[in-house]
Design a protein around this ligand. Structure first.
Ligand SMILES: [Cu+2]
Length: 145
């Protein structure tokens, strides 16, 4: 009996050490800032963002396809309160160089990738005249990683 049980105990101990080792590796991976990118699609129709709430962990790249199905131009500008205040009184007619500021011409699509490192609640707004007041506003929630 004892000769049969001893190898079993050794195998169990070995398995335990292996499990702890794998858990340690998994924990180390979880702390790495690079994570799999996320994707989302926002359809714009009747001067509204059909997807008006997105949630993404901090530090994770979010690629968004912006699809404008309206016969008029729109834009998608995401950021904090100061960003939106600047754009409410801004004079840039077209955006295109910053990932957080995208112009989407009538009937077209644009793709952008944004990464937010600070958890919080951000808004995305179309700042073309009258569009925000009409309700062209969405919320991007960045959660703690
Ligand atoms: Cu608009």
């Amino acid at each position: 009996m004892t000769t049969v049980r001893r190898p079993g105990r050794i195998a169990l101990a070995g398995g335990l050490v292996l499990s702890l080792g794998l858990a340690g590796i998994a924990a180390a991976w979880a702390r790495l800032p690079v994570q799999a990118p996320m994707t989302a699609e926002i359809r714009i129709h009747y001067s509204h963002y059909e997807q008006d709430r997105l949630v993404v962990p901090a530090g994770v790249p979010l690629t968004i396809l912006l699809r404008n199905d309206d016969p008029i131009d729109h834009e998608w500008i995401v950021g904090d309160a100061a960003t939106h205040e600047r754009h409410r009184t801004g004079t840039e007619p077209v955006h295109g160089t910053r990932p957080t500021e995208v112009s989407i011409p009538a009937g077209s699509s644009r793709e952008t990738t944004v990464t937010f490192d600070t958890p919080g609640t951000y808004l995305y707004i179309c700042h073309l005249p009258g569009h925000e007041a009409y309700g062209m506003v969405g919320t991007l929630i960045v959660t703690a990683p």
